[in-house]
Design a protein. Sequence first.
Length: 443
Amino acid sequence: MLEKIGAKIYEDTGVTASEALFPEPFRSGLEYAAPARGMWNIVHTGMLIPESHQIFVCAEGCLRGVVLTAAEMGAIGRLSSVAIREGNVLDGDMEELIIDGASDIIGKLPRRPRAVLIYTSCIHHFMACDLPRVYAVLRERFPDIDFIECFMNPIMRKSGLTPDQLMRRQLYAPLKPLPRDPRAVNIVGSDLPTDDGSDLCRLTRENGFSLNEIARMRTYDEYLGMAKAFLNISTYPSARAGAETLSKRLGQRHIYMPFAFDYGETDAEYAALAGELGVEAPDASAGRDAADLALDRAARTLGGMRVAIDYTAVSRPVQLARLLSEHGFNVTDIYLDSVSGEDRDAFDWVKGNLPWLLFHPTARPAMRVAPRGDGTPVLAVGQKAAYFTGSDRFVNIVENGGLHGYDGIAKLAGLIADAAETPKDARALIQIKGLGCSGGCCV
């Protein structure tokens, strides 16, 4: 039965904090993708492995997006494709298609890759394709190449590990056990390099430890050397499962240190890291004071301007909303589709202390035609918040921007203050796909 939507067109575009339900304030269903495109995807992440080549095996319609991604990041020479046609489905020769297609591509490449990432798609799982046989044949045929099993499978988004989590896990699949270096530490699973000035980098390096992360690797041998580290640190939520798998497989220790906007949690994280390193826990008072000073200065700069935050900028948008509110910011809107367990305490606080704050979805179809702001100046933290509010004053970062600890909070406050005073060309900037990826993952 057809239903005239009329006045219902704006349903599911916002709910007050007092009414919002945890963990999903909005019903799941047909989804919309806003043109704010700064988040990384599996193509960007896979490109972090130096001297590697990607092969996507899927239907031509699915290939369009991944090919455009590689072209946009200047890495089209590092991606190839094998198109699945109707005959491959009917004839049942899917395994041979992958083996022969990958072999042909490798033979024609101008330079032999050290690793090949093969991305299979949903149809291979629907058809129970014998992928173990595929990889066994390829590894026997090309013993000098590490073949990495990757997935472009949207049907996995709602169950088990997501494609994003799987990609961050497979990012380290070629690493093999090496003699342990008790002075080597890895940050694993992050797309962006951790800021050199962060408390995390300073605590580690100033105590004589080397700090490695894939975003800084330039050769495949450097990358393989990450297996020597005695400790893996994961800082991004989607990286945690992969870091735990890697650490268990290689016998490394692991510590999870997300970028938190709660001072008590931040102190506990750095105390735990100091314990793992066997060094004295740092005195955090100076860092807290600097963060408070930067936040107070930014609040004065905004002068009551509305603040909107989205989940693509920081992994804990609700916790950030609480911190900013406690420092006098006028936080009015948060854009997210679900609330993570790590944000639960902040979510409960917001419900009790900012009941009028509005949660907005980013993927509900109604958001496509929802009004882009009401003319009131808005400071947006994140590209989606900028897009949905129509603001040209926004902090243009994704995935925490490499920030961490008190230094990260202070720098984020500085970015907020600068964004309030310096308008940006939002239309031009939010079209950049995989924000920041062109700086180092395409070599």
